[in-house]
Design a protein around this ligand. Structure first.
Ligand code: UD1
Length: 419
């Protein structure tokens, strides 16, 4: 099993171009099932999760592959879908696979999708997705680990989500695009990946109003067409790189990302003492004074992203004073805490809150990656630590960060992968 060895060796400096957003890509790949004809996506990150989604689409009968002439593009042609059934062996690898359910149900009238797996960061039920499909008239059955949904044709309905769910909003929004009549979705997630999906669906021919707000109204249409789209830069990768720069007291500029979607992260980094310079599609962060402690609570967009929590916590381990980090989105997302402590961090956990007392320095050790963003947090800490850190089980990081060692090496890090 691969591991990453990091030798903490001083400040990261330079420019790094972020890849396309993983989470946006996965939803857009599912949306391609709705279109008649091919959909082509550009600026797609070469990640294990994207390959898993390609495998799922192919298992359904779609044609889908990377473009041989263009490293970061892929295409999907759903015309051959013959079996609207997504098997356990694939869905268990990645929770976002469940996003195929809405499009399959809407386009083919039936879908059978295994209950999802993915990162072990909490229970992560799909009740809100199912509530939405039922409101659109689908019959939903849970049977032996599979969700079966069917409807001759979905009809518009009203859904008020009980909580803010990104994939739930996306799944039900996609289904509603082909339902008969109007659907109103309330308490929708407003993450940039929901907005990007809505914009692409509009270009496919969908009628969606209220995009960017928590209330969407969707007028169903009888068909959608395939489109070409360039996926936007990954805000989480960008934030991770900036934090890695700050943890090593370096100066890092990320390119290829819209700073507007990083607002809450940048705000928190400023509170920590970072000096941030924002360009049209770039952000630079450096620090001259002390690294200050902060209080932070994760929340749905536009709040501080749960996907940045582990990385920020790694940074706060080195702040001059005591920080408080509350996790409000997932109930079990502190698995990086014992690993950060192995590097010398001072963190006390109580329920969903971590009290982080800054230490003078961290020191290299053997640690274990437990989930995608936890691994990123460990790499941030390792870059700032004295000596060598070995991060085991790095397959988690390959789910969400494209060529991370190469990119960090480009900023001056001493980091290598060992088989
Ligand atoms: C997406 C992102 C993930 C991010 C998360 C929150 C993708 C592929 N993944 O995950 O990186 O961390 O948003 O920003 O886009 N919930 C329910 N019932 C449901 C659905 C969700 O109770 O039917 C709960 C979850 O357990 C969690 C909370 O709602 O506590 C938010 O989850 P959700 O926004 O749905 O996360 P994902 O869409 O799975």
């Amino acid at each position: 099993m691969d591991r990453i060895v990091v030798s903490g060796n001083g400040p990261l400096r330079g420019d790094v171009t972020v890849s396309g957003s993983k989470n946006a890509t996965l939803a857009l790949m599912a949306a391609a099932l709705l279109g008649e004809g091919r959909t082509r996506l550009e600026n797609v990150p070469r990640l294990r999760d994207v390959d898993t989604m390609l495998e799922i689409l192919r298992a359904l009968g779609a044609e889908a592959d990377w473009d041989p002439d263009c490293q970061d593009s892929l295409w999907i042609d759903p015309e051959g879908v013959h079996s609207p059934e997504a098997p356990y062996e694939l869905v268990r690898k990645m929770r976002a696979s469940f996003l195929v359910l809405g499009p399959l149900l809407a386009r083919f009238g039936r879908a059978r999708v295994s209950e999802p797996g993915g990162c072990a960061i909490g229970v992560r039920p799909v009740d809100q997705h199912l509530k939405g499909f039922q409101a659109l008239g689908a019959k939903v059955r849970l049977e032996r680990g599979y969700v079966e949904a069917s409807a001759v044709r979905l009809r518009g309905g009203s859904v008020a989500f009980d909580l803010s769910t990104v994939n739930g909003t996306q799944n039900v929004m996609m289904a509603a695009c082909l339902a008969e009549g109007e659907t109103v979705l309330e308490n929708c997630a407003r993450e940039p990946e929901v907005v990007e999906l809505a914009h692409v669906l509009q270009r496919m021919g969908a009628e969606i109003h209220g995009v960017g707000s928590d209330r969407l109204s969707i007028q169903g249409v009888s068909g959608l067409r395939g489109v070409s789209h360039r996926v936007s830069g990954d805000r989480i990768e960008a934030g991770t790189m900036l934090i890695a720069g700050l943890a090593t007291r370096g100066l890092v500029r990320v390119l290829g990302v819209d700073p507007a979607v990083m607002d809450s992260t940048l705000q928190k980094l400023r509170e920590c003492g970072a000096e941030i310079e924002v360009g049209v599609d770039s952000v630079q962060a450096g620090i001259r004074g002390p690294l200050r402690p902060v209080r932070v609570a994760t929340a749905p967009f536009p709040g501080f992203p749960t996907d940045m929590q582990a990385q920020l916590m790694a940074l706060l381990c080195l702040a001059e004073g005591a920080s408080v980090v509350s996790e409000r989105v997932f109930e079990n997302r502190f698995m990086h805490v014992p690993e950060l402590k192995r590097l010398g961090a001072d963190i006390a956990l109580s329920d969903r809150t971590a009290h982080v007392t800054g230490v003078r320095g961290l020191s290299g050790a053997q640690v274990m990656a437990t989930d995608l963003r936890a691994s990123a947090g460990l790499i941030v800490a390792a870059l700032a630590a004295e000596g060598d850190t070995t991060v085991n089980r790095v397959y988690h990081i390959d789910r969400g960060y494209e060529r991370i060692e190469q990119k960090l090496r480009g900023l001056g890090a001493e980091i290598r992968r060992e088989a």
